[in-house]
Design a protein around this ligand. Sequence first.
Ligand code: AMP
Length: 228
Amino acid sequence: MRIVLLGPPGAGKGSLASLFAQRLRLAHLSTGEIFRHEMANGSALGRRVKRYVSSGRLVPDSLVVQVMTAQLGKKSGRRGFVLDGFPRTERQARGLDRVLLRRRQPIDAAILLTSPEALLIRRLSGRRVCAACGANYHLRTMRPKMPGRCDRCRGTLVTRKDDQPATIRKRLAIDHKEAKPLVTYYARDRRLYRVDGRGRIGTVFVRAMKLIRRMGWWHDRAQNRRRA
Ligand code: AMP
């Protein structure tokens, strides 16, 4: 299965993509995480994207497509992939389609996670991330076992620079502008599916799986054996 997750910041793309990766063994590629990792390592790419990421602006399309083309070459997964945070503009979506067409690996669908804006703001402002390994937490809905410490590696939990209130507002405004043409692009050839992103991540996962099974994009092994 090859899917892209669309939706504004705070819609739950990262959490849903992680569940897809764990449960369905899909490769999970997140542009935001790739950029944060490169920034933490101080690589040439990290230095190039830092000013955009820290201020909540979008990294230029050509650079994002170049980075993701390389990533997909390395890690497109035997069972497929889920892309989270990419594409974010219509130009990126066209670039992605060109790359996947060359590889004869078109996406099955673009899943748009929908949420009211007040919920997005609540989610983004309560979000904490491990400074060491990048794991995500939330002050209300996904608390770490020990306050301020990562369950996985004991690293310190911090607020992402781009999750500060002024930057949140800016990111939502940028998304608002870019989302319409992006969504229209996928809707035009009937690749767009909407999933209600409200509620707990487990609930959202169940909703998404219902769609995925109904559309026949993924079958579990037991199902495959029964079909054979
Ligand atoms: P995210 O973790 O998906 O919210 O991404 C964090 C930041 O990385 C964004 O605010 C952008 O600065 C940058 N970024 C992530 N994905 C993209 C993308 N597809 N296009 C441009 N910039 C991106």
